[in-house]
Write a protein that binds this ligand. Structure first.
Ligand code: PLP
Length: 383
């Protein structure tokens, strides 16, 4: 059996020749430029969101949301996060001075538990600057309920869809509902080597993101007179405290090559996931797509009844060339940098993911034979 990696490059020899030609043509710009703008147009169109802002990573995209929240919410100090997500979904907000409130995940789609979220908002909504929902490992949360929650509690919802570039709810891409991020890192669903996006439908937010991304300068903003300072040189006009989160035309060119096959890549994930579900006994633990939800998994998670089964299964995989990873952070409250923000046992579903689950890769090169081998070999551990 060929090795089963977490991810493989999608790029063919022809793609590589195109990349080489891009480098060889002296007319091509390599830093931020026209290709970035093209990639942004392509992604705004794909997601169905007015603005897409291309940045250096999903993490810097999240950092810009934290900056936006800091600049727009002067009194509210709490940001609500799920207790299982990637660390750079949380850390940028804490660096901006927000206080985290962790809420357990659910075991239906593995995103934040919306019943617990509503319980919390019932008594704390006035302190909450935002709820930052992660659509974990490519599963789609209940977007209609999230929209209702945002309205009912008058609370801002934003999303980290770094692991979910492709999923849809009622036919709409998951990043088109709220100001959201995704990642185009090599290990994710769409590849530009490194990269990320912020999606927003709000023009003013778009302007702020363009300035956060580019040293706080007004240079990339369309209507500069809204922000310009007549007392300084317009070429170096720093309107706000920004940073450099720009990406490059090289990454955009590579991302554009991959984005040309988005539908094909998505279909492959959907087909392999469906095949996998047909091969396992504990399929009731997995989200199924329906007319409302289109789950395009980021990986194949494996769930066990006992921690010892998980370890045996994981060691079987590693010995047989199948790469494995924990379900993202596991229980974040067990991680050293979050241990002062709560007690791990208060988050039993994150504990379950931490103790009794792991994942293997799902991508264009995974075969049905590999899935047969995995599922038949691990049957004895209850999957
Ligand atoms: C949920 C989530 N958010 C954010 C990120 C950060 O994305 P990037 O690797 O592009 O910085 C990741 C990365 O793995 C992630 O899984």
């Amino acid at each position: 059996m060929k090795p089963w990696k977490l991810n493989e490059s999608n790029f063919s020899i022809l793609d590589r020749l195109k990349i080489a030609a891009f480098f060889l043509n002296p007319k091509n710009n390599w830093t931020f430029g026209q290709k970035c703008a093209e990639f942004e147009d392509k992604m705004a169109d794909y997601v169905g969101c007015k603005h897409a802002i291309f940045v250096s990573s999903g993490s810097t995209a999240n950092t810009m949301l934290a900056m936006l929240l800091k600049d727009s919410e002067s009194n509210k100090k709490v940001v609500v996060f799920p207790s299982t997500t990637w660390t750079t979904s949380v850390a940028p907000f804490l660096r901006e001075g927000f206080t985290p409130q962790f809420i357990d995940v659910n075991l239906y789609d593995y995103s934040i538990d919306l019943n617990l979220l509503e319980d919390y908002l019932d008594s704390h909504k006035d302190e909450v600057a935002a709820v930052f929902v992660t659509s974990l490992i490519g599963f789609v949360p209940d977007m209609a309920r999230l929209e209702r929650i945002a309205r009912t509690y008058n609370v801002r919802v934003m999303m980290d869809n770094c692991e979910n570039t492709m999923g849809t709810f009622e036919g709409r891409n998951v990043s088109s509902f709220f100001t959201s991020t995704t990642s185009t890192y090599f290990g994710h669903q769409l590849q530009s080597v490194e990269g990320g996006f912020v999606f927003t439908k709000n023009d003013e937010e778009r302007d702020l993101f363009l300035m956060y991304r580019n040293h706080g300068m007004t240079r990339h903003v369309v209507d500069k007179k809204l922000y310009s300072n007549k007392g300084v040189d317009p070429r170096f006009d720093f309107f706000l405290l920004g940073n450099n989160f720009r990406n490059s035309d090289i990454h955009a060119f590579i991302g554009l090559l991959d984005s040309a096959r988005l539908e094909k890549l998505k279909q492959k994930r959907l087909d392999l996931y469906e095949y996998f579900l047909g091969k396992i006994a504990n399929f009731d633990r997995y989200p199924y797509s329906s007319v409302i939800y289109e789950h395009v998994p980021f990986c194949l998670p494996l769930f066990f009844d006992k921690n010892s089964y998980k370890f045996c299964a994981m060691s079987f995989c590693e010995k047989n060339g199948i790469e494995t990873r924990p379900i993202i952070s596991g229980n974040l409250l067990r991680q050293t940098c979050y241990k002062n923000f709560g007690t791990p046992s208060d988050f039993p579903n994150s504990e379950y993911l931490h103790e009794k689950a792991f994942y293997v890769g799902l991508h264009n090169s995974v075969t049905k034979e590999q899935i047969d081998f995995l599922t038949s070999s691990l049957r004895k551990f209850g999957i």
